[in-house]
Design a protein around this ligand. Structure first.
Ligand code: ADP
Ligand code: MG
Length: 399
């Protein structure tokens, strides 16, 4: 789960990380009110969407020469103008894709005089299985570009969970940023606090870009992107309240309500499978037969009829789906329950694409019987290979 910049900064501030003052705003009036509460003379009005590259982004509804989603303002009028141009409009950045994202929230924050911009991120390094720092003097720009053009300017090191954050980690961050004296001390302290925030929230990533050195030699977080490990959210009820559902893919959001693991993909064959391993194998074998999966969907071990119906509706809600392959192994879950769910859902949603079902395991005969007697055009399959061949053939036949 990702959160907005202003939420990320409020969270980091709770751990003692220095951030400029600021207020979230849902309307132009609130934006102006926010600026009145700030000292000035410089304000920054920032579009809050779950995507980076806002500064260089473009609004669909505004002329090409209009400014992007991060705007400096010197007066209340300028704050008013920036807020009016942004709210309700669609911001397109390198991270949003062509569709862009509608701006529904703003953050009005203190304008800072920047001497230098750095990059600092914490993430879970899968290779070492540890929390790792990624640090670079090249902040304020796209880190992927830095990694591509000047990889030697990116420093990474992992923290041993047994010892936690140590003074040498702080020194390593300061050194990587070329800082000495008081700024090195600030970097050391800030890195330790960001590390505490990472562990304390079960974060999956904290990306600070830019981490700025101000004209009066203060280190400050000017932009932060924070994402949490969804599997740990159950123990952070306060963080769950930061969720902004308007930022999420509607189908994935619906799936999460039913506790279905669903990820939308680009292919044509909708898949409904139980177990992540079986789901991966099913996707592979569809590819082996020359087509691509439209989604990954794991209905889980103990799926109910309601869950199966919801899964079915989500798959069919994707206009790209030209056929559906159901591949269920009834271990904990009984095949007759699955069959009931499939029949109920197919009737409810008015099935318009070919459906191949492969059932195996507990009560398989009963399940097959339910499907055969349903009066629906369900193509039964005997094994994984047979199922994949059949769905590809059915889709080609229907085209
Ligand atoms: P994004 O990464 O989405 O483009 P940022 O918050 O990083 O958005 O803003 C882009 C640039 O705007 C920053 O690199 C920085 O130069 C400038 N900026 C952002 N916040 C402030 C601020 N509070 N004061 C001064 N400049 C800022
Ligand atoms: Mg940024």
């Amino acid at each position: 789960m990702n959160i907005h910049e202003y939420q990320a900064k409020e969270l980091l501030a709770k751990f003692g990380v220095p951030v400029p003052a600021g207020f979230a705003a849902l309307s132009v009036e609130e934006a102006v009110e926010a600026s009145k509460k700030l000292p000035g003379p410089l304000y920054v009005v920032k579009a809050q969407i779950h995507a980076g590259g806002r500064g260089k982004g473009k609004f669909k509804e505004l002329p090409a020469e209009a400014k992007g989603g991060v705007r400096l303002a010197k007066t209340e009028d300028e704050v008013h103008h920036a807020a009016t141009e942004m709210l309700g409009n669609t911001l397109v950045t390198i991270q949003t894709g062509d569709a862009g994202k509608q701006v529904n929230r703003l953050y009005v924050t203190d304008g800072v005089d920047i001497a230098k911009e750095f990059y600092l991120a914490l993430l879970v390094d899968r290779a070492t299985g540890r929390v790792a720092f990624v640090v670079s003097t090249e902040g304020g720009m796209d880190i992927e570009t830095v990694a591509h053009d000047t990889p030697e300017k990116i420093h990474t090191f992992a923290v041993d969970p047994a010892t936690g954050f140590q003074p040498h980690h702080g020194r390593a961050v300061a050194k990587a940023l070329g800082l000495t004296g008081d700024l090195a001390k600030q970097a050391h302290s800030l890195a330790g606090k960001v590390y505490d925030a990472f562990l304390g929230t079960d974060a999956a990533q904290i990306e600070i870009n830019p981490l700025a050195v101000t004209d009066d030699n203060k280190l400050m977080v000017l932009d932060a992107k924070v994402g949490f490990d969804s599997n740990a959210l159950f123990r952070h009820k306060d963080l769950m309240e930061l969720r902004d559902e308007t930022e999420e893919d509607p189908a994935e959001l619906e799936a999460s309500k039913y506790d279905l693991a669903y990820i939308k993909l680009d292919g044509d064959i909708g898949c409904m499978v139980n177990g992540a391993g079986l789901a991966m194998a099913t996707m592979d074998i569809i590819k082996l037969n020359g087509m691509f999966p439209a989604n990954f969907l794991d209905v889980g071990g103990g799926a109910t009829k309601e869950k199966v119906t919801a899964a079915f509706k989500i798959i069919l809600g994707d206009p790209n789906v030209k056929g559906i392959l159901v591949n269920i192994f009834g271990g904990i879950m009984r095949c007759d329950i699955i069959a009931d769910g499939i029949v109920a859902a197919a009737k409810e949603v008015n099935l318009s694409v070919p459906l191949v079902v492969r059932l195996e395991g507990t009560n398989v005969e009963k399940g097959k019987e339910i499907l055969a007697n349903s009066g629906l055009a369900i193509v039964p399959a005997n094994d994984l290979g047979d199922a994949a061949q059949k769905i590809v053939a059915e889709v080609k036949k229907a085209a």
